[in-house]
Write a new protein. Structure first.
Length: 324
């Protein structure tokens, strides 16, 4: 295995291992210990390719350049959000982000036959569960729901939770993206999307056909964000959905494909809102040196309790040592 791929594999394992602890609870797990570590110097570090200059506050608990107070569900609890050009988002927009982050968080719930859970379900009394899914091969999981009062249909994808899904996360290799010749995407993300594609596509299209005038919202956290992007493209390509009846919100989404894929996504003029916490580690993956590039729609959320990486750098030696 090439050294760079070896390094990025362990970076992905570390990130996924942290994300396995994700749960839809409102508070961090009891007994979570915070550690005070001296920040790691950027002299021995791998640039992840994001804008530099945003460093961890001096008093932030951290180890090997990474904050130790990871978030435990996809939330936007910070008071401010910014468009990627630095201009602030409105209070109303931040409130909307919080709504869809909660819907993404609910993908971690174990739905049976009704839209009930111990988390945010009580905030959405008008929603009816249509289908919950969890595939056997890649454990791609989520739910499809409908709210007749607002004429909306929701498709939510869960992030990395099981061993199999974080193995999918860690497959930092390319595959050709069939719908757009000449573009490539992350192999694990593509396999996870394809594993649930038929049941998701057919169920959503049936719902949209049976409810004319409804709008489809796709949401996803982490790995689920990547799956939501690929499914959004599928709906645009094969069902004819566009910005008039479909919108996608992702939280802590990794890079999905190469520069050609990113350009292809951008050219479709679809509605993507890609929300990331301040210096969240996951959107830095897979790294730019491997050719992965983000698509449009980025919004930064100020959240000191989020997943962060010091000065956009990851110290490889200590990172690998801590994993081994």
């Amino acid at each position: 295995m090439a050294p760079l791929k070896f390094l990025t594999f362990f970076i992905a394992v570390l990130a996924a291992a942290q994300l396995i602890t994700a749960a839809p609870s409102r508070n961090a797990p009891k007994g979570h210990k915070k550690h005070n570590h001296k920040p790691v110097s950027g002299a021995e570090a791998v640039q992840t390719g994001e804008p530099t200059g945003i460093q961890l506050p001096k008093n932030t608990p951290q180890a090997n350049g990474l904050a130790t107070n990871w978030t435990y569900s996809p939330r936007t609890s910070g008071p401010k959000s910014f468009i990627s050009d630095g201009s602030p988002d409105s209070t109303a927009f931040v409130s909307t982000l919080q709504t869809y982050a909660r819907l993404a968080s609910l993908a971690y719930c174990d739905f049976k036959s009704a839209f009930t859970c111990r988390s945010y379900c009580d905030m959405f009394p008008g929603i009816t569960l249509i289908k919950a899914f969890n595939t056997p091969n890649t454990t791609t999981a989520g739910y499809i729901a409908r709210d007749d009062s607002s004429k909306t249909i929701y498709l939510a994808y869960r992030g990395s939770q099981s061993l199999m899904s974080f193995i999918q996360d860690s497959q930092i290799t390319y595959s050709n993206y069939p719908a757009a010749p000449g573009t490539r995407v992350h192999t694990g993300f593509l396999q996870s999307f394809q594993d649930a594609r038929d049941i998701v596509y057919n169920t959503v299209v049936d719902e949209m056909n049976n409810h004319p005038g409804y709008t489809l919202y796709l949401v996803g956290h982490s790995l689920g964000g990547a799956e939501a992007v690929l499914q959004t493209l599928d709906f645009a390509q094969n069902a004819g959905y566009n910005s008039s009846n479909m919108m996608t919100y992702t939280f802590g989404q990794p890079r999905v494909g190469d520069a050609a894929f990113s350009s292809y996504v951008n050219s479709l003029s679809l509605n993507f809102i890609r929300s990331i916490n301040q210096n969240d580690i996951v959107p830095h993956l897979p790294p730019l040196p491997l050719g992965f590039v983000h698509h449009v729609g980025e919004h930064w959320t100020e959240n000191p309790k989020g997943d962060v990486v010091s000065n956009s750098q990851i110290p490889p030696a200590k990172l690998i040592k801590s994993v081994l």
